[in-house]
Design a protein around this ligand. Structure first.
Ligand code: FAD
Ligand code: NAG
Ligand code: NAG
Ligand code: NAG
Ligand code: NAG
Ligand code: NAG
Ligand code: NAG
Ligand code: NAG
Length: 540
């Protein structure tokens, strides 16, 4: 391993910190080299894992590439996007402990990043001076088929988790997200769902233990952190409570053959009637079947006009014969034939859902870098009553009017999701929710003007959908981070601002999260634009 003089780095960082502290932290006590953040980091980490090889400052040649390696929204990769003054790429648990202890001591803002998929870049952008604790190097995955469990470190991606499970067993899988490059850290701590949700519930419904470093720098497991804190980090967002090192997950059984299909219907092919039917079928049909629905706009080549298109993408935990007979009975309007369906392994069904050639080598799941990146904005909603045909026609009209700037993704709930109490985890959107909407605005050109245009279109459609979605509160999914729901400046009273978005993400579970937060991190060290606030009383 390369040896870098800690003293040299110290001097480098010392300059940065002094510069920043003059601007932003006038009271920051960084006035002697001995007392700098850097020497504190060195002092508090294990010397057999030199933290010097984990520290990147802007003076370091690879600083930009380390920063950009896990940016997953090009909207947050511009020259005006605020940059960290330092990145610690944690190579060892003691680097996490040192980062927390020293950041607290020096009153520095720390952002935690695992896979970097946060839609608003909460893990690597901040308005105030900040540094990033980057977890990507900590990504071991230990699968134990005998106990049907695995320990996964938070820097791992979902694709790696799926690959490592399938490497050991063809009849085990894990119910998590459909995008292989998503990081375990943000995904699990924020709830996590995937296409086996109707059978096995959320990702967090299948988590049984965790390792976490708390605000005092202690390494805790489920037992030592207590049930309250464990509950909080299974859906309440990890970054409000500590740094999660690893989760222990419960594997689930999958058949060695599963079936997938994708069929599309345009408005001319009676899409409205079929979508209407989908609303009644998708949340109530067998738990083995998950049918995602996408609404977008395409050119009708014959008429030369625009038309609506519904795309149905499904995973069935069984063979194609059983699938076709189930659909013939419950959803004949969709007209799925045996020839529309593909029998494959569970691991390859992951490729299908990720829009990767299903015949590609499965090692593609180990690619941590997505094929391409886009500029994006996301929003979410919950639908609790079926929408009338007239309502659906209005939505199509609106999508066409917005010129396909925004696409709607409907993910059906029901099944296991309705059986789990809404207080079992911080994620509250269980029984009574038919499906979740994701609003997707994607674009591929730089510039604020074009970005604002697409963001505005997403807001217009979200506003248009008001009559069809949950109310009081109008609920949203934490993992679909959306700053439009409210921002916390984390001043004296973080609670007042925190309530605004908090009840939308967590409904009645918000207060319990605030109580736990106030107990384990009363000074609100672990904070971001949408973290769980502390109770105002704790401050006085
Ligand atoms: C292409 C794409 C597809 C997606 N598909 C799905 C899907 O199918 N299902 C679904 O549920 N979600 C999905 N999401 C949303 C995704 O689950 C969230 O964005 C999730 O937070 C990403 O985790 P991450 O580690 O990659 O993100 P990061 O940006 O690294 O982190 C997200 C949040 O978690 C915090 N955090 C990260 N690691 C830790 C840690 N170790 N300890 C404490 N806090 C931590 C961060 O500080 C930040 O607040 C998708 C997102 C994208 C971009
Ligand atoms: C680091 O440790 C040295 C020796 O143990 C000590 O003299 C110094 O004050 C420590 N520095 C910090 C910032 O803790
Ligand atoms: C930082 O840059 C120096 C060269 O300036 C390099 O030697 C060192 O390896 C870099 N730091 C890390 C953590 O890799
Ligand atoms: C992010 O921005 C940098 C600097 O402009 C650029 O070099 C890099 O290619 C960008 N990343 C992507 C994936 O476009
Ligand atoms: C659409 O529905 C009508 C009336 O039910 C039916 O006659 C027609 O065949 C359907 N069109 C298609 C393409 O399925
Ligand atoms: C649809 O047609 C318009 C021109 O009328 C064109 O700009 C657009 O790219 C087309 N969209 C698709 C998806 O082909
Ligand atoms: C998918 O991969 C297979 C095998 O590599 C190849 O033959 C086929 O053409 C690919 N299909 C597409 C649509 O790229
Ligand atoms: C925050 O609290 C401090 C003292 O506790 C006080 O001086 C300051 O004015 C308060 N700021 C706001 C915005 O309330």
């Amino acid at each position: 391993m390369e040896v870098i003089s800690p003293h040299r780095i110290q001097r480098l960082l010392f300059l940065n910190i002094v510069l920043l502290s003059v601007i932003a932290f006038p009271a920051l006590a960084v006035n002697s080299t001995d007392n700098t953040f850097l020497s504190c980091l060195v002092n508090h980490s294990e010397s057999s894992y030199p933290i010097s090889s984990a520290i990147f400052t802007p003076k370091n040649d690879s600083f930009s590439s380390v920063l950009q390696a896990y940016v997953r929204n090009l909207r947050l990769n511009t020259s005006t996007t605020p940059k960290p003054f330092l990145i610690v790429t944690a190579l060892h648990v003691s680097h996490v402990q040192a980062s927390i202890i020293c950041a607290k001591k020096h009153n520095l803002l720390m952002k935690i990043r695992s896979g970097g998929h946060d839609y608003e870049g909460v893990s690597y952008v901040a308005a105030d001076p900040f540094f990033i604790l980057d977890m990507f190097p900590l990504r071991s995955i230990e699968v134990d088929i005998a106990t049907e469990t695995a320990w996964v470190q938070t820097g791992a991606t979902l694709g790696e988790v799926y690959y490592r499970i399938a490497e050991k067993s063809k009849i085990h899988g894990f119910p998590a997200g459909v995008c292989p490059s998503v990081g375990v850290g943000g995904h699990i701590s924020g709830g996590g769902y995937g296409n086996m949700m109707r059978k096995y519930g959320l990702t967090v419904d299948n988590v049984i233990d965790a390792q976490m470093v708390d605000v005092e720098g202690r390494l805790l497991d489920r037992k030592s952190m207590t049930e309250d804190l464990f509950w909080a980090i299974t859906g309440g967002g990890g970054s409000s409570f500590g740094v999660i090192i690893a989760y222990k997950i419960k594997l689930v059984r999958v058949p060695d053959t599963v079936t997938v299909f994708k069929v599309t219907k345009t408005l001319e092919e009676n899409a409205t009637d079929i979508v209407y039917e989908w609303q009644h079928v998708a949340p109530t049909i067998s738990n083995d079947l998950f049918i995602r629905l996408i609404l977008d706009v395409v050119n009708d080549t014959q008429k030369g006009t625009k038309t609506g298109r519904a795309t149905f993408i499904a995973l069935f935990l069984g063979d194609s014969k059983s699938l076709v007979s189930l659909l013939n009975e419950k959803f004949p309007q969709l007209g799925v034939k045996q020839s529309d369906s593909i029998e494959t392994s569970w691991l390859r069904s992951v490729l299908f859902f990720a829009d990767i050639n299903i015949s590609a080598p499965v090692e593609v799941l180990l690619d941590r870098q997505p094929k391409s990146l886009i500029y994006l904005k996301r929003k979410s909603d919950y639908v609790q009553e079926p929408i009338s045909k007239a309502g659906l026609e209005g939505i199509w009209k609106k999508l066409i009017e917005l010129d396909n700037a925004v696409t709607l993704y409907f993910n059906p709930y029901g099944g296991r999701m309705s059986e789990i109490p809404s207080t079992a985890t911080p994620f509250p959107h269980r029984a009574g929710n038919l499906w979740k909407i994701q609003y997707q605005a994607n674009w591929n050109q730089a510039g604020n003007q074009i970005g604002d245009h697409y963001i505005n279109m997403a807001r217009i459609l979200h506003n248009y959908m008001t009559p069809f979605v949950s109310k009081n509160p109008r609920s949203a999914f934490l993992n679909y981070r959306d700053f439009d729901l409210g921002i916390n400046h984390n001043c004296n009273d973080s609670y007042t601002e925190g309530r605004v978005y908090g009840v939308k993400y967590f409904n009645n579970n918000f207060n319990r999260l605030v109580e736990i937060k106030t107990k384990v991190d009363p000074h609100n060290f672990f904070r971001n634009e949408q973290s769980i606030p502390t109770l105002p009383l704790a401050k006085s």
